[in-house]
Design a protein around this ligand. Sequence first.
Ligand SMILES: Cc1cc2nc3c(=O)[nH]c(=O)nc-3n(C[C@H](O)[C@H](O)[C@H](O)COP(=O)(O)OP(=O)(O)OC[C@H]3O[C@@H](n4cnc5c(N)ncnc54)[C@H](O)[C@@H]3O)c2cc1C
Length: 215
Amino acid sequence: MAVAAPQLLLAAKRRVVVVGGGFGGATAAKYLKRFDSSLEVTLVEPKRTYHTCPFSNLVLGNLKGFGELAQHYKTLEHKYGIRVIHARAARVKPGVVLLEDGVKLPFERAVVAPGIDFRFDQMAGYGEFAVEAMPHAWQAGEQTSRLRQQLAAMPEGGTVIICPPENPYRCPPGPYERASLIAQTPKPKSSSSTPRSNSPSSSFSWTAGSSTTGR
Ligand SMILES: Cc1cc2nc3c(=O)[nH]c(=O)nc-3n(C[C@H](O)[C@H](O)[C@H](O)COP(=O)(O)OP(=O)(O)OC[C@H]3O[C@@H](n4cnc5c(N)ncnc54)[C@H](O)[C@@H]3O)c2cc1C
């Protein structure tokens, strides 16, 4: 018995809950299982389809289809034996993840990888309504699709303005890559342009046949 008790304890301490099924969380879940298949790994992710930011600028430049960004969770479930729960975590407390629907997921170890999000209350006049009208597409998915549609509907000679956020941010080359890829599409028929800085107030735009950089 003296030996069996710690073994039982160890056997019970093998639950890992991973919050967020993006690059970070999904990779952590996969490799935890690969390193030790006896672990009970649960991945919590609200979306059933994850659209990658990598390659999303190619969609904006019309070089890839939107569907090519889609990733699913079936391989993690069926090949790696990860339990995937499509729900949103509300809180992580010591030893337990609480889901928004009230379900409690006990764990011995947790990985929290929910990515980034906007703080809409931090800028006067900005809000969720704004990203519908002016899609940022820094989170791939619906935003990418919305911006692609706006670009496709833009008249020849239209103007695109990109405001790179202040460093550090998610993808430092992203705005420049995006500018180049949009510029190489038939609309707008123009040369590309490079922003001078990444301050929130800097922006650049281009119109048919010319490009401008401004603050
Ligand atoms: C335009 C663009 C291009 C990029 N190109 C590249 C590239 O070419 N190469 C590269 O390496 N990187 C690139 N990046 C950066 C890359 O996309 C990010 O570094 C990466 O997505 C970060 O992964 P993550 O897992 O931390 O977050 P995310 O990918 O954002 O994943 C977080 C996940 O957590 C989920 N989540 C959020 N809240 C909760 C919650 N409460 N409960 C449960 N789940 C939750 C979200 O639904 C999401 O699926 C690019 C980024 C952008 C914007």
